[in-house]
Design a protein around this ligand. Structure first.
Ligand code: C5P
Length: 397
């Protein structure tokens, strides 16, 4: 069956280039459907896109469409990719804030399809901190950007803001549309987030891990065809589409859940920041200052099991185990030593500090494998997840 790209067209001079984009996608065998904003219809009559696509063009949220009372939902479901080109600063601002006040932005909020944005606007609007921040937010959510180019703009200014070349918009949209399925049928187990080790009912030992890296890997692996199970400590992230998420609190609970799934996992990725130690005797009542000072000032700790090392020790042929490492110095050497010590096949190491790693949206890592290493520059965790999966694919090939 033909794949469908829904093309969102917004009100901007570069709208005429949407015709070349549609033509390019059609040549690649893609079915194109267009949704326009009200402003876009001031530049071009929808009839142009209807003639090019031979499909009805959607504009108004409340337009009557016989047999389809909830048009934004049906459009959202029909799309394999939602490409918005040209995309104005206004539409990006609305999307970054979840505003859905017309058919195009409502569809963008309702769709589960991957979104590609090709922005176009005046240089000052493009460089405005609000626009830059909105783009950063959208990129961090996994939206693919075909960045605007520099050059002469319709308003006479020169600078960044010109819609990217239609050919590269088509190429990047096709790349997203035909995403890799190299994990098809593979079972992938991922640990994520922190663990929380109770001292008493109101106190615990934990760390600021957000779970973003593990969840980004889970999402990316699922997109690439894997059956993914995530065992996560407490995080504020929702379940990614098509991923089984098991929520636990302590390191011991995480170990139990991992044990149940490790045996049948082809690839296991241990991103969780498991507390190395836990209180030896968690109290079932709140320890009181003044009364329990002796206990509170010197809590006895015992070592938590090393989940990665204990699973790696059990691994059989065909299983691939990946560990993570947060290092403050000598990243590669320490990561390699950790890989050997824990019996992992690969370690993804990051230099912590400078706003990177814990809780951040971006990360830069060095990946160490049996026969080499590769360093990846700072990038959003979603993008990084795909690059880590690329390395795993190469290793298990
Ligand atoms: O020894 P270190 O904590 O630096 O090792 C980090 C790696 O080991 C990560 O992959 C982490 O998920 C895993 N780990 C584990 N269980 C522990 C401690 C770390 O699985 N108790």
């Amino acid at each position: 069956m033909k794949k469908t790209v829904l093309i969102g067209v917004t009100g901007c001079v570069a709208i005429y280039k949407a015709c070349d984009i549609i033509r390019g996608l059609q040549k690649a065998g893609v079915r194109c459907k267009v949704v326009m904003t009200e402003s876009a219809t001031h530049f071009v009559n929808p009839l142009l896109f209807r003639s090019l696509t031979r499909e009805p063009v959607a504009v108004g949220l409340f337009d009557d469409k016989p047999g389809d009372p909830i048009h934004h939902i049906s459009l959202a479901k029909e799309a394999d990719v939602f490409l918005i080109a040209p995309c104005t600063a206004n539409v990006m601002a609305k999307m970054a804030n979840g505003i859905a006040d017309d058919l195009l932005t409502t569809t963008a909020l309702a769709t589960r399809a991957k979104i590609v944005i090709a922005p176009a606007m005046n240089v000052n609007m493009y460089e405005h901190v609000a626009t830059q921040e909105n783009m950063k937010t959208l990129k961090a959510r996994g939206i693919t950007f075909v960045d605007a180019e520099s050059g002469y703009l319709a308003c006479g200014d020169v600078g960044r803001g010109r819609l990217a070349d239609p050919a590269s918009i088509v190429a990047q949209t096709l790349e997203v549309l035909c995403a890799k399925r190299d994990f098809e049928g593979k079972n992938v187990l991922i640990t994520a987030g922190p663990t929380v080790e109770p001292i008493d009912p109101v106190r615990h030992i934990s760390n600021p891990s957000s779970g973003k890296t593990g969840f980004a890997l889970a999402e990316a692996a699922a997109e690439r065809g894997a059956n993914v199970t995530v065992v996560t400590g407490p995080v504020s992230l929702g379940d990614p589409d098509g991923v089984t998420v098991l929520r636990v609190k302590t390191g011991l609970e995480m170990l139990e859940a991992v044990k149940k799934h490790f045996e049948r996992s082809d690839v296991s990725i241990f991103t969780a920041a498991v507390s190395d130690y836990r209180p030896a005797n968690p109290y079932d009542h709140k320890l009181k200052k003044g009364k329990d000072d002796g206990v509170l000032s010197s809590i006895e700790l015992v070592e938590n099991p090393d989940i990665l090392a204990s699973m790696a020790a059990k691994k059989h042929a065909g299983q691939f185990v990946v560990g993570f490492a947060a290092e403050t110095e000598d990243v590669e050497r320490n990561a390699r030593a950790k890989m050997m010590r824990k019996g992992a096949d690969m370690v993804v190491a990051n230099l912590v500090g400078d706003g990177l790693a814990f809780g951040a949206d971006d990360n830069a890592v060095t990946i160490v494998t049996g026969d080499g290493s590769v360093s990846l520059d700072t990038m959003p965790k979603q993008e990084l997840a795909h690059q880590i999966l690329d390395v795993i694919t190469d290793e298990i090939a």
